[in-house]
Ligand binder design. Structure first.
Ligand code: FMN
Length: 186
């Protein structure tokens, strides 16, 4: 094994679009550093945003945000939201947006899956704000559902890899979780 130093090797991560409202204007930015903090209800999710970003103030003011899942059809628009800042560029018209139950959490009609969250806590890191949100509602386009559940093959999520700086697609399912290991059980 070769030591690489403290290289974060936890990729790929899903590419998401986080929605906020700042000064009455909708803004989206691309976010790949997302986390699942628990499994159950309430469900808590995290996003790590550089303090340099415009979006942070919208989340802090409205105490809410959205996490939207783009697919490869809207890769260019997604990437654009990760290149330009709402500080000097109006990103409110990049997508057709809609609101659900949580004011301040705009979502995206073109994204097959959208989640709206209430801000639960902010972890104040040196360079980043870690926003922990409580998931309030999830919206999915019926075209990505199989038996009422989100189907990875239909969703076609955009995966983000820092080392190659590329978007990746998922392959096929290769095994059953909580089942494959049973062959090693006595
Ligand atoms: C694919 C992709 C993923 C990104 N992930 C993150 C992230 O997890 N955290 C972060 O702080 N910035 C991330 N960025 C950078 C922001 O999206 C980018 O700086 C954006 O312009 C900030 O927008 P805002 O200033 O309007 O908030 C990412 C950019 C791209 C292209």
């Amino acid at each position: 094994m070769q030591a690489l130093g403290p290289v974060n090797a936890l990729y790929p991560m899903p590419t998401t679009l986080v929605g906020t409202v700042i000064n009455h204007k909708i803004n989206f930015l691309a976010v790949a550093h997302v986390g699942i903090l628990n499994h159950g209800e309430p469900q808590y999710l995290s996003i790590g945003l550089s303090k340099a970003h415009y979006s942070n103030q919208g989340i802090i003011t409205n105490k809410s945000f959205s996490i939207c899942l783009p697919n490869r059809q809207i890769m260019a628009q997604t990437d654009y939201c990760g290149i330009v800042t709402g500080k000097n560029t109006d990103k409110s018209k990049v997508f057709d947006s809609f609101f659900g139950e949580v004011p301040g959490a705009p979502m995206i009609s073109e994204c097959p899956v959208n989640m709206e969250l209430k801000l639960h806590e902010v972890l104040d890191f040196n360079t980043h704000d870690i926003f922990i949100g409580e998931l309030v509602q999830t919206y999915a386009d019926p075209s990505v559902l199989t038996n009422g559940k989100i189907d990875m093959a239909k969703l076609d999520p955009l995966l983000f890899d820092m080392a190659s700086k590329k978007y990746w697609a998922i392959g096929q399912a290769v095994g059953d979780c909580w089942r494959e290991g049973k062959v090693l059980k006595r």
